[in-house]
Design a protein around this ligand. Structure first.
Ligand code: C2E
Ligand code: CA
Ligand code: CA
Length: 633
């Protein structure tokens, strides 16, 4: 809204002042002057029209909104021409330029429509220039089509009555108003930019620290790792990447409660911090996992030695009231540069090694060895079963409601995939989606999900929206937008009802492709939401890099907001970010009234979670009436 007001102020005052100057520039051997109130009225009308045009052009839920907005803008330019000309008084003139021809109205509307049709792509320079050019043409053609008086009174001194401004005075007033509007808008934009920057900084600060142990979190590791490895490389050092995964953390939580679990993590963090050199980088990586990087080692033997030291620290029993908790952990070790050149690879391998350690009883150090991936039998066999799952009808869908925070009214459903393995029974998406992504099978699964979900949604009684998850791999395929379009045509679901949630389960590699895909989808009228905001390695960068229509904050934040001030702060700053990008924020994982209350107060527009119901089967959503369905088919 604020940006719209600034744009309309600048747009209206500039167009209006240009016209005043054009009128004053007509050289007539007659008395001329301007009626100030009429001129100001014309400015107000222009402001209203430009505001309405711009506002309409940004409506995402209306088809061809930019073009319609452009028509309003074009007509406004024409009407501005008439009203402003009416303020121009020429002694004895047959016309003062206030008339207009139908063709100039039409031309204005067309040029306006073309100009604003570039609105969805304004981040590109070319689109920005094209929009500017066509807006310029719209204003210029108006001046060219302005009727010029043919007869007027050449006798001077006829207009001496008071109240008229001379041409020079009127131009000064117009320029002054124009400058004022520009200054006001420039200040406003600057303030708005600062607000956005502040929201960004606040989020960044919050997102780099683990609130429980006050150690850097995995986002921070990701941020500094490249530098750390590069420096080690330059100094001829090797790095050890040690992943500690506690062995029975769940049991501790179940047995003694979360509070004891938290205490264990804190005391582990404390021990590591107090006993390792300052050069060593310690972070809480995920849940019960700590990641430790030592960038100052000379040999692989030293790397193993260092892992042993870490284990001896991690093993220290922890005293809690009258209990002595003995802590066991599985430790995976990867060595830079032997086991990989970047953090992702190193962590993946340390993780694999830690899993291996856990699978053979835990409480030991396992260095990564080449070929460990292949021996990851469970994954290989699951991947091959998954390949058949789409063919053998083992996949199905459930749907979860999305609601407005304020009223609770239904706005749509998110489709979630389910897999029932022929022998192993149901397998959770959290277990098989990562495998599907690593093996590329997600492409087949994704296609199936998209088509099945759209086909269902096309038959719902209420035309609410449908959210479908898609992984970055799908977005990187050049034909993804085409595929979506084919599915929409085939199933008859209007593009406006579909929203694709881009998850950041795997890092986005092909930025350009993903960007193009998002633009093509949006051009078709399909919305694109950023899923799991705050969970990925680089949520903020992703949010800034791509033109999303919605932010979906990861459910972890909603779930801990009652107990964790840090989670509340993250949620608040995500909502602010949404405001500054002008897109709605949806919070997922809402389970309690108190969470809902917080989100309502924080200004989060949409919610999703068990509070509004668990997932339902497609058959539980009300269908269009049978007769309708029959005529439809
Ligand atoms: P997601 O996209 O974040 O989906 C929301 C997940 O949160 C769902 O888990 C849902 O059951 C769960 N959830 C919703 N409300 C609540 C709540 O109030 N409390 C709690 N504790 N959980 C809630 P689900 O179905 O197990 O899906 C897990 C993840 O698997 C999804 O997370 C998504 O990343 C992925 N996934 C699911 N279906 C697809 C799909 O068709 N394609 C792709 N690429 N990924 C999918
Ligand atoms: Ca999702
Ligand atoms: Ca999510």
């Amino acid at each position: 809204m604020i940006w719209l007001v600034w744009s309309a102020l600048i747009g209206a005052s500039a167009i209006w002042a240009a016209h005043i100057i054009a009128l004053a520039a007509m050289v007539l051997p007659a008395d001329e002057g301007f009626r100030l109130p009429t001129a100001l009225l014309a400015l107000a009308v222009t402001f209203a029209g430009v505001f309405a045009g711009f506002a309409l052009s940004t409506k995402r839920d209306i088809r061809l909104a930019p073009e319609f907005g452009g028509i309003v803008l074009g007509l406004t330019v024409a009407v501005m021409g008439m009203t402003t000309s009416a303020a121009h008084v020429i002694a004895g003139a047959d016309s003062n330029g206030a008339g207009f021809s139908l063709w100039s109205l039409l031309l204005s509307a067309c040029l306006g429509a073309i100009a604003l049709s570039f609105v969805p792509q304004l981040r590109s320079r070319r689109a920005l220039l094209s929009a500017t050019l066509f807006l310029f043409l719209a204003v210029v053609t108006l001046h060219l089509s302005m009727p010029v008086p043919e007869t007027f009174a050449s006798q001077l001194g006829l207009l001496s009555q008071a109240g008229l401004l001379s041409e020079g005075q009127m131009i000064s007033v117009a320029l002054l108003i124009c400058a004022l509007c520009a200054a006001l808008a420039a200040t406003g934009c600057e303030l708005e930019k600062e607000r956005k920057e502040a929201a960004r900084r606040a989020y960044q600060h919050l997102s780099l620290q683990d609130s429980l142990t006050h150690l850097p979190n995995r986002h921070y590791v990701q941020k500094v790792a490249a530098d750390l490895l590069k420096k080690a490389d330059q100094n001829g050092k090797i790095c050890s990447v040690v992943l500690i995964s506690l062995d029975q953390f769940k049991a501790i939580n179940d047995l003694h409660g979360y509070e004891v679990g938290d205490m264990v993590l804190c005391s582990m963090a404390e021990t590591l911090k107090n006993n390792l050199s300052e050069k060593v980088f310690i972070s809480r990586f995920y849940g019960d996992e700590f990641l430790i990087i030592n960038p100052a080692l000379n040999s692989e033997d030293e790397a193993v030695e260092f892992a042993r030291l870490v284990r001896s620290l991690a093993r220290r029993p922890i005293q809690w009231r009258s209990y002595r908790l003995s802590i066991r952990s599985s430790i995976g070790l990867a060595v830079f540069p032997r086991d990989g050149n970047d953090l992702t690879k190193l962590v993946q391998r340390a993780n694999l090694a830690a899993k291996q350690a856990k699978s053979i009883g835990g409480n030991l150090i396992q260095p990564y060895v080449t070929g460990m991936e292949e021996s990851n039998r469970w994954e290989t066999s699951l991947a091959s079963d998954l390949r058949n799952a789409t063919l053998e009808n083992q996949l199905s869908l459930v749907f979860q409601k999305q609601n407005l925070t304020k009223t609770g009214s239904l706005i749509g459903y998110e489709a979630l995939v389910r897999w029932r393995h022929a022998e192993k029974g149901p397998i959770a998406p959290e277990d098989f989606i990562p495998i599907a992504e690593r093996s590329g099978i997600i492409l087949d699964i994704g296609n199936w999900v998209l088509e099945a979900a759209c086909a269902e949604a096309a038959n719902w009684a209420e035309p609410v929206s449908l959210a479908v998850n898609a992984s970055p791999l799908q977005f990187s395929r050049s034909d993804f937008a085409g595929l979506v379009s084919t599915v929409l045509i085939k199933t008859g679901l209007p593009a406006e009802r579909l929203e694709i949630e881009l998850t950041e389960s795997t890092p986005i590699e092909d930025h350009e492709r993903v960007h193009e895909t998002i633009l093509s989808l949006r051009q078709m009228g399909v919305r694109v939401a950023m899923d799991d905001f705050g969970k990925g390695y680089s949520s903020l960068n992703t949010l800034q890099a791509f033109p999303f229509d919605k932010i979906k904050v990861d459910r972890a934040f909603t779930q801990s907001l009652e107990t964790n001030p840090h989670a509340r702060a993250i949620l608040r700053s995500a909502i602010l970010l949404g405001h500054s990008f002008g897109i709605p924020v949806i919070a997922e994982g809402v389970e309690t009234e108190r969470q809902l209350e917080f989100l309502k107060e924080a200004g989060c527009l949409q919610v999703q979670g068990f509070l509004f119901g668990k997932h339902v089967l497609a058959s539980q959503i009300k269908k269009k009436q049978d007769s309708l369905q029959k005529t439809g088919s």
